[in-house]
Design a protein around this ligand. Structure first.
Ligand code: BES
Ligand code: ZN
Ligand code: ZN
Length: 514
């Protein structure tokens, strides 16, 4: 897929695409009077029966494809556009149409962004393990942008960077666990750091982890022949040369956003073995780490004027003669002792180290992201991620950024009434708690959040990986969270540089989705 942003149509397109909602066409101010009449009568005909989505008709001498931008249930207007563009791109590729034009001169920037994301999603396939790779037909999309061409080109570049990150995360997540063990993830992170200007990397191996007391990772990784690692990537966009769009008189911000990702390259459950049915999906248990790696790559490439770090907590939860035993007690990095009640509740143990590392490197804001609990899958399913936060401002930002990126977040309570259930007889804490499993896990994590730090925990157990088609994802990794993390960094950097901390205002001005 290729996109050309042009001010006026080149006349070379084989097909024009029109997006419609119910009976009206979106982005219609470029249609001739004659075309408008024909389109009107086509859409009017809908009352005689369901109108075919993706129907190809002749309008004013131009072959025109009609795309329904309100087809699915429960999606926002922006997500409808993503879906419409996704289906359009699939159809165009299948029908081998060389060039499709989309008239978007009167589209808002966020609408263009959604359409471009939708087109990109249609391009993704994961066929690394197929014996034969099929070449997809390359369609060129000509985006007719009128006076907005320059602004739209910039958006198209940003979308391409964001999509590159989404693809990186998806590829890592979809790769077999025997091919992507912790050391191999580290190799990938090293390569990303090497080729991304402004991104530095620090890798801790088992020896360093033990020496520095990162015992969550050491404990969880004990049973595997693949040793655990911690990777910390850092980017500082507040330094002079960096940070495109840094206002001249920008307030120097002391914000440091640290992203912490759960990176279980496979989760057998350990000695508290998982049932076979739910095990293959555990190749996705490193989604958090893949997401934060991908997000920081994009944030650095976009040169956002903010300081961001990403901590990947990498281990394999396997069974071996050295595996952690239920009842074992270890001392976490912050000095608290933890009894391992259930070896399958391993994510919170490695994240305790990630949160400690975030504190050590001076985080002011922490987002941890993890495929943490089956309880969250049962509560919210695959379409909505549950999140927790100790800071109302940050929580509002999560919701708004998610909405702008068509990723749904639902606020969950850090319910203190359940906190006592984490207490252990011998140790300070145990790694299981109340029946409200997702809340218990979040309360456990809260015990390791550095003092005076705004923190949010995203449980993406349901949203990271799907086993049937969901929106623009076929079976496999969805890339959920990558875009919202980038958007969060973008809005935090804007608030820093434009002197507004008010997310509601930023949201209203920019996206009109509040
Ligand atoms: N990786 C799993 C959570 C998970 C479940 C992710 C389904 C994706 C899909 C996690 O390590 C886990 O097994 N959690 C346990 C915790 C329990 C033993 C307290 C769970 O949720 O069952
Ligand atoms: Zn587990
Ligand atoms: Zn897990």
């Amino acid at each position: 897929m290729k996109t050309n942003i042009v001010s006026t149509a080149s006349g070379k397109a084989n097909v024009s695409a029109l997006f419609f909602v119910k009976k009206s066409v979106q982005f219609s101010n470029v249609l001739s009077e004659n075309a408008e009449k024909q389109v009107e009568s086509v859409l009017d005909g809908m009352k005689d029966g369901p109108f075919e989505d993706l129907e190809l008709l002749e309008i004013d001498g131009q072959s025109t494809i009609f795309v329904d931008a309100a087809k699915e249930r429960g999606l926002s207007n922006l997500d409808h556009l993503r879906m419409a563009a996704y289906r359009l791109a699939q159809k165009a590729s299948k029908r081998q149409i060389p060039m499709v034009s989309i008239m978007l001169a009167d589209a808002a920037p966020e609408q263009l962004k959604s359409i471009l994301h939708g087109l990109h999603y249609a391009d993704y396939k994961f066929d690394a393990y197929k014996s034969k790779q099929k070449e997809a037909y390359q369609v060129t999309f000509e985006i007719v942008a009128g006076e907005q061409a320059a602004a739209f080109k910039k958006i198209a570049q940003e979308v391409a960077i964001e999509q590159k990150a989404v693809i990186l995360a998806k590829n890592l997540i979809n790769t077999c666990a025997s091919d992507l063990y912790p050391a191999e993830f580290v190799e990938n992170a090293n390569t990303i750091a090497k080729y991304t200007p402004g991104l530095s990397i620090k890798v801790r191996n088992i020896k360093q982890l033990k020496k520095e007391g990162f015992m969550g990772l050491v404990t969880v990784g004990k049973g595997s022949s693949h040793e655990p690692y911690m990777v910390t990537l850092s980017y500082d966009g507040t330094k002079s040369a960096k940070g495109k769009g840094t206002a001249k008189n920008a307030r120097t911000s002391s914000d440091h956003l640290v992203l912490v990702g759960k990176g279980l390259t496979f989760d057998t459950g350990g000695l508290c073995l998982k049932p076979p049915k739910s095990m293959p999906e555990m190749i996705s248990d490193m989604s958090g780490a893949a997401t934060v790696l991908a997000a920081i790559q994009a944030i650095a490439t976009l040169e956002l004027p903010i300081k961001v770090s990403a901590v990947c907590c990498l281990a394999e939860n396997a069974i071996g003669n050295k595996s952690v035993l239920p009842g074992d007690i270890f001392k976490a990095k912050n000095g608290k002792t933890v009894m391992v009640d259930n070896t399958d509740a391993e994510g919170r143990l490695v994240l305790s180290d990630g949160l400690a590392e975030a504190g050590e490197i001076g985080a002011t804001h922490i987002v941890d992201i993890a495929t943490l609990t089956g309880a969250m899958v049962r509560a919210l399913g695959y379409a909505v991620a549950g999140f927790f936060s100790n800071d109302d401002d940050l929580a509002l930002k999560v919701i708004n950024c998610g909405e702008a990126c068509c990723e749904k977040f639902w606020s969950m309570p850090l319910e203190e009434e359940y906190a006592d259930a984490l207490k252990d007889k011998f140790a300070d804490l145990k790694n299981t708690g109340s029946d409200a499993g997702a809340i218990a896990a979040a309360l456990f994590l809260q015990e390791f959040v550095p003092e005076n730090t705004a923190w949010t925990h995203w449980d993406i157990a349901g949203t990271a990986f799907v086993t049937k088609q969901w929106k623009y994802t076929e079976h496999g990794a969805t890339g959920f969270g990558v875009q919202t993390l980038i958007e969060l960094a973008r809005r935090m950097s804007k608030a820093n540089n434009e002197g507004t901390e008010n997310d509601a205002i930023v949201c209203e001005d920019e996206y009109k989705v509040c």
